[in-house]
Design a protein around this ligand. Sequence first.
Ligand SMILES: [Zn+2]
Length: 65
Amino acid sequence: MQQNPELPDRLSPLFGMSPPAPVPGCSVCAEFAEQRRAARAAYDGSRETDVNVLMRRHRKQAHSG
Ligand SMILES: [Zn+2]
């Protein structure tokens, strides 16, 4: 078996990683954080995941990650 030394650095998918943190001072992030908090409070795991996905997408677009 030959090992590939040039494996790309970005193999790991976004899903399954630790949830994104809201960026201080950003009202959109704050909104997502509130939605996630509410989803957790309601034990709504699928909704929490949805919010995390949206939050990551927003962070990527608005905060470069
Ligand atoms: Zn933001």
